[in-house]
Structure formats: C-alpha cells, structure tokens
Design a protein around this ligand. Structure first.
Ligand SMILES: [Mg+2]
Length: 125
C-alpha cells in the first residue's frame, strides 16, 4: 500500500513541485499524494471517508486564515495517530519551538530538501 501524504501549502507551485519530485515513487506505488491549499481544506480532506488512509501531513506554517500551527493543533486533537511534519520558510526557532510543544513529529525548512524528505518518509514507513 502506498504511503498517503497530504501536503498543505498556500503556494500554488508546491503541488506541481511535489508531483514532479515524487513522480517515481507515485508510479512505483510507494506514495500517493494529496494536496490542500489551506488548513480548512486539509481538515475537510481528512474528514472525507476516501481519505482515511492519509497518515502523514506535511504542512506549511505561514498560511492565510488558519496557520500551520493551528492546523497542527486541530489534527493532533482530532487524529492523534496521524503524523504531522511542519515546513517553514524561515529558520524561525520560535515557530519550531511552538510546533514542538503542539506535538509536531518532525520539521523541514524551505526550500524542501526532497532527498532528505524521502529518507524520512519512505524509510520510516
Ligand atoms: Mg505559506
């Protein structure tokens, strides 16, 4: 079964980038990608019956409306079994500390190092 990953980011080109960089893993049936451009959209997708197999969420921190940190809190309340990895454009330690306190499972900085991300995701799984 592929590892189902939900990528949450308000930047439009992120979906294209992930689809490109995970093309091989998706084609090989190792990964399945889902996308949301806001925290609300992410929560709606997690509620959807056909998206129940999403087990890891990669979320941007800086988003209009619900921030990545608010989304993290909601996911950990509603779905404590799901893993959440936070992605921040800034090497902002305050954000990282807040995210750690709120239960984030891991962290990445932008621009995303896809080699590192795949090591984290696909060796763990
Ligand atoms: Mg953003």
């Amino acid at each position: 079964m592929p590892l189902h990953i939900l990528v949450v980011d308000d930047e439009e080109d992120v979906e294209h980038l992930f689809r490109q960089r995970f093309r091989k893993e998706v084609n090989d049936g190792k990964a399945a990608l889902h996308f949301a451009n806001s925290g609300l959209s992410a929560l709606t997708q997690l509620e959807a019956v056909d998206k129940k197999d999403i087990i890891i969420i990669l979320s941007d921190i800086n988003m209009p409306g619900m921030s990545g940190l608010e989304l993290l809190e909601k996911i950990k309340q509603l779905y404590p079994e799901k893993k959440v990895m936070m992605i921040s454009a800034y090497g902002n330690e305050q954000y990282m500390n807040d995210a750690k306190v709120k239960g984030a499972d891991d962290f990445l900085t932008k621009p995303v190092d896809f080699k590192l991300l795949k090591e984290k995701l696909l060796t763990e799984a």
